[in-house]
Design a protein around this ligand. Structure first.
Ligand code: SF4
Ligand code: SF4
Length: 388
């Protein structure tokens, strides 16, 4: 059966235009999960940074507020906005948007992702395990509210890419560096996260989009619509080509993995010219501008990796048997990891009968995690001072 993509035109973000558009998209999607009454919803917007009014690098504040209101109006028991803006603080960004007090008055909460755990990914995922913010497990449904933006590395960011926000901020650089070697691998990681989180309500804010040097430095451009679907894959299958990116890495990998479903459109007919691509293709591939030896060092310093506790290991070789790229060998009754080819799937850790393999967080990762927390506090402090 085809997956329905709901389209609703909204000429701008004023409530008289936006509220009916949100209702047209949310109502059928929420009906599919038995309505909103008594349920707990986690909203996952895109909060990259909010530097000026109507900054198109974020989901528009009116869309975030409108969604929270819609869920409460339809009987939701809880609405929590949870996001990891990387170097900033989600409450500070929401305050800068001017919607914190209104959200609080409704009863909605705003928080940073904070509970990171290395979890088993969905059985269909290519990687077995990954460290993710796990708050999404506490809710009846995740509402994935993306912004339509160009992306210098991945072409475009829509609903699949939006869930990258659940990766710890300090690890994102490492993933981007890894992607410098292989965009399909980065796309596969995004797909694995979406398969695991399974957001049941996916919405893309394409009223005002970003084109050019996205995702943070492009220009605003008006397209005037919202779109929604029950899966991020269905939504991106339709929106990526519609916005001019039929061959972006995430769509290519989704096709390869049989994740582009048959779709049908409902709602307003949208006339949508493509978004102008970033001026420098792959501009965010930082590895281009960093000497090769430094990229290798940074990857080693920033990406977590498996390590063995020799006192627990009995040399049984199970880890070597389950290692998908066969990068792990047993020598002198101990596993030897080749970190150049290790894909960080943690199958070895999962299957070790002795619990002898752990995920090693490098010193650089610990330091960058601390720096991230300090930057967030500073951002919160300066934002509070600015408001006074
Ligand atoms: S599976 Fe565990 S116990 Fe067996 S060799 Fe590997 S690390 Fe050692
Ligand atoms: S050593 Fe093999 S099984 Fe272990 S994390 Fe690396 S690729 Fe995966």
């Amino acid at each position: 059966m085809p997956v329905t993509i709901y389209f609703a035109a909204s000429t701008d973000y004023r409530d008289e235009h936006l509220a009916p558009a949100l209702d047209a998209v949310l109502a059928p999607l929420v009906d599919r999960i038995g309505g909103a009454a008594g349920k707990r919803f986690m909203l996952k917007p895109n909060l990259l940074s909010y530097r000026r009014k109507d900054d198109v690098s974020c989901t528009h504040p009116a869309v975030i507020l409108g969604c929270a209101k819609w869920f409460f109006d339809h009987g939701a028991a809880q609405v929590a906005l949870i996001e990891n803006p990387g170097t900033q603080d989600a409450p500070s960004i929401i305050r800068a948007m001017g919607i914190y007090d209104e959200l609080a008055a409704m009863g909605a909460t705003v928080a940073n992702c904070s509970r990171y755990e290395t979890i088993d990914l969905a059985p269909e995922a290519k990687c077995r395990r990954m460290e993710l913010a796990t708050e999404f497990r506490d809710f009846d449904a995740v509402v994935n509210i993306a912004k339509a933006k160009t992306h210098a590395m991945m072409g475009i960011t829509l609903s699949v890419k939006n869930l990258f926000g659940l990766v710890r901020g300090s690890e994102r650089l490492a993933w981007h560096l890894a992607a410098g070697k292989s965009y399909p691998r980065f796309a596969d990681m995004l797909i694995d996260i979406a398969l695991t989180v399974k957001p049941q309500i996916n919405l893309v804010d394409a009223v005002d989009c970003m084109e050019g040097n996205g995702p943070g430095s492009g220009e605003p451009t008006h397209r005037g619509f919202l779109a929604g679907a029950a899966t991020p894959f269905a939504l991106d299958t339709v929106l990526a080509p519609m916005l001019g990116y039929p061959e972006c890495p995430q769509l290519c990998e989704m096709r390869e993995r049989g994740l582009c479903p048959e779709t049908e459109a409902a709602g307003d007919i949208i006339d949508c010219p493509p978004l102008r691509p970033p001026e420098r293709e792959n501009a965010l591939d930082m590895s281009r501008y960093i000497p090769r030896f430094a990229v290798r060092w940074l990857q080693k310093a920033l990406v977590s990796h498996p390590e063995v506790n020799p006192r627990r290991c009995i040399g049984c070789g199970v880890c070597a048997k389950v290692c998908p790229p066969r990068t792990l060998a047993i020598r002198e009754k101990l596993p030897k990891f080749d970190l150049k080819t290790c894909i960080r799937c943690y199958c070895c850790q999962e299957h070790c009968p002795q619990g002898a393999i752990t995920v090693h967080r490098t010193l650089m990762m610990k330091i960058s995690g601390r720096v991230e927390r300090v930057l967030r506090r500073l951002a919160g402090f300066f934002n509070r001072r600015r408001r006074k």
